[in-house]
Design a binder for this molecule. Structure first.
Ligand code: NAI
Length: 396
């Protein structure tokens, strides 16, 4: 079939298998161009099919020749209907890993469930024995708790007061004011249950109890802080509470790993266009201003550049992993540079529908968004018929 992008709000309902494969290949080429990293050799990535998790899987495999197991929740294709992009990304990743002689297997299912945890542990026992590094990179609006069976939904809301600010519809470029009512009832609790640290700890506990964590084991989960412009809806909002919980959980996990000399870290990453972040109001406007300035000063990074830097210059740079006063790894340092942030605040105040394409990188935002679904890649002929029924070799 000929596959075209079909946009619905901050979702695209189609994905291009050849474009997704090109995206994966481009990321692999970037990692290869940066040279080898003395990193972990047996790696599990939870949330490995898109965004930061996919970049982590690629960096481990092609930077450190690691065997990787990836867990994700993606929609397979059906006749005439494309898969979700993470499915095609994972298929392409496994094909490229296989060509390079690297072990790669994947599990598609709900990572919050006991069943998927057990399935993953069984696969580790069968194929790899133990794991040296777990990257936890889930982003989900919903979690069914495996113990209670209750389904919790996260919300992206401010706490305490209505938040009014500018936002942009990145498809049309229209800048408007948006008012977001404060959270109520169990909103904070639910958001913490979905996006906080509990599930991360459940994974590590289950793996430890099963004896599949290696000596010197490391686990990393991803967090975000961001600027004062977005803090009411992000870091000081409901999602920020979940991130606080995630960051506190790193210490609890580290305590539980003392006999293995293991360590849990949170890495604070840069704001980037992913499926998760485009759903958060206000963030697209912030990102388009951020991209413009960071590209101008030559400090712009995408997921793959961020994770390459995380591995090469933080996790595997020497005996001690550099952390901030709260024990977090920081690769959002270039984003949060004070001079840069002051410039963004100034542009933010000026931003209108008329001037945003000039003062911000709206085009870059749109292009990244299209790329998430495999569209807009050089070298891909989008007018050619492609087979949507692409399988993931280890799942089939
Ligand atoms: P993403 O939406 O690109 O990826 C999410 C991954 O989680 C996918 O692999 C998806 O299949 C998987 N997933 C979702 N629900 C699942 C489930 N129930 N079972 C199994 N897999 C499931 O997200 P992104 O942006 O890469 O986020 C990953 C982490 O990075 C999150 O913790 C996010 O808060 C954090 N982060 C994101 C930033 C951004 O600007 N995008 C900035 C800093 C941190």
């Amino acid at each position: 079939m000929i596959i075209e992008p079909r946009m619905r709000g901050f979702i695209c309902t189609t994905a291009h298998p050849v474009g997704c494969a090109q995206n994966v290949k481009n990321q692999i080429e970037y990692i290869k161009s940066k040279g080898k990293i003395e990193g972990a050799k047996r790696v599990l990535v939870i949330g490995s099919s898109t965004g930061f998790g996919l970049a982590s899987r690629i960096t481990s495999a092609f930077g450190s020749d690691a065997s990787t197991i990836g867990v994700f929740f993606e929609k397979p294709p059906s006749e005439g209907k494309t898969a979700s992009p993470g499915w095609y990304n994972s298929a392409a990743f496994e094909n490229e890993a296989s060509k390079a002689g690297l072990y790669a297997k994947s599990i598609n299912g709900d990572a919050f469930s006991n069943e998927i945890k057990q399935q993953t542990i069984d696969l580790i026992k069968q194929d790899l024995g133990q794991i040296d590094l777990v990257i936890y990179s889930l982003a989900s609006p919903v979690r069914t708790h495996p113990t209670t069976g209750v389904t919790h939904r996260s919300v992206l809301k401010p706490i305490g007061a209505t938040y009014t600010n500018k936002t942009v519809d990145f498809h049309s470029g229209k800048v408007t004011d948006i008012s977001i009512a404060p959270c109520e009832g169990d909103d904070i609790e639910n958001t913490v249950i979905v996006m906080g640290g509990e599930d991360w700890k459940m994974w590590i506990d289950a793996m430890k109890n099963a004896g599949v964590l290696a000596q010197g084991f490391t686990t990393v989960s991803y967090s975000y802080i961001g600027s004062s412009l977005t803090e009411a809806v992000y870091r000081k909002g409901t999602i920020g509470r979940a991130k606080d919980d995630m960051e506190a959980t790193a210490f609890t996990i580290t305590d539980s790993l003392s006999d293995l000399n293991g360590k849990a870290y949170v890495s604070v990453n840069k704001a980037l266009v992913t499926q998760a972040s485009s759903a958060i109001p206000v963030i697209p406007l912030y990102i388009s201003l951020l991209y413009k300035l960071m590209k101008e000063e030559g400090t712009h990074e995408g997921c793959i550049e961020q994770i390459q830097r995380l591995y090469a210059q933080r996790l595997y740079a020497g005996d001690n992993v550099p952390v901030d006063d709260k024990g977090r790894i920081r690769i959002d340092d270039w984003e949060l540079n004070e001079t840069l942030q002051a410039k963004i605040s100034k542009l933010w105040a000026q931003a209108t529908t008329e001037n945003l394409s000039e003062i911000g990188d709206l085009q870059g935002y749109r292009s990244d968004f299209h790329n998430l679904f495999g569209f807009g890649f050089q070298g891909v002929d989008y007018n050619t018929e492609v087979n949507e029924m692409v399988g993931i070799p280890s799942i089939s």
